[in-house]
Design a protein around this ligand. Structure first.
Ligand code: 5SP
Length: 216
């Protein structure tokens, strides 16, 4: 089952509630919220108050991607703001296992993100404990970048790793994904597709979401 998670990083920030409604009505499955702190990534986006303000504007689950250092300090705030899934970067966590369990203690889903150059081996002893892996397919920080081709091989390797261990863990991909490259990405094993520019810059958002689900 392929799910599409539009990233609001590409939405009109002066009109977020309407832009969220647009993707919900067009059939999005999740809403991807990119949280950037200007330390872990060279950009600053939004924080818990904005997430909380958006919570009653949509029924879509909130998929919160923390691109921040010391994510443990902010888990409570994002849960209170309405997160349904919290993703932390392996590169940002000193005690990844502890961070994952502190997310799970709130009764929401926990996921681990990896930058493009980070090896899958860091997942070896955490894979059993998480709901989703987010493979960044661009270097995090900005929307509108090009998909890094070698990430297709990384998606395939993760899919094989999960199959060998008989684990059901979602494979989310994020960055530079569009209707041109979606086939190779889904064929490699990804099942949760984050797309910012491809969705928000599209003339027909419903058709684009359907194509990203490979139904178009
Ligand atoms: O996390 C990020 C970037 O750091 C992404 O969620 C991007 O926002 C995806 O945007 P596109 O590459 O689809 O425009």
């Amino acid at each position: 089952m392929i799910r599409v998670a539009p990233s609001i990083l590409a939405a009109d920030f002066s009109n977020l509630a309407q832009d969220i409604k647009n993707v919900e009505e067009a059939g999005a499955d999740l809403l991807h919220l990119d949280i950037m702190d200007g330390h872990f990534v060279p950009n600053i986006s939004i924080g818990p108050p904005v997430v909380a303000a958006l919570r009653d504007k949509t029924k879509l689950p909130f998929d919160v991607h923390l691109m921040i250092t010391q994510p443990d300090k902010y888990i409570d705030s994002f849960v209170k703001a309405g997160a349904d899934i919290i993703t932390v970067h392996a590169e940002a966590c000193t005690h990844l296992n502890r961070t994952i369990y502190s997310i799970k203690q709130h009764g929401i889903k926990a996921a681990v993100a990896l930058n493009p150059a980070t090896s899958l081996t860091v997942l070896d002893y955490i894979l059993e404990d998480i709901d989703m892996v987010l493979l960044m397919t661009v270097n995090p920080g900005f929307g509108g970048q090009s998909y890094i081709k070698s990430m297709t091989r990384k998606i395939r390797s993760l899919k094989n790793m999960l199959d060998e261990r008989k684990l059901i863990v979602d494979i989310q991909v994020d960055g530079g994904i569009n209707t041109e490259n979606i086939k190779e990405i889904i064929d490699a094993g990804a099942n949760v597709i984050v797309a910012g520019s491809a969705v928000y810059k599209s003339k027909d958002i419903r058709a684009t979401i359907n194509s990203l689900r490979m139904m178009g």
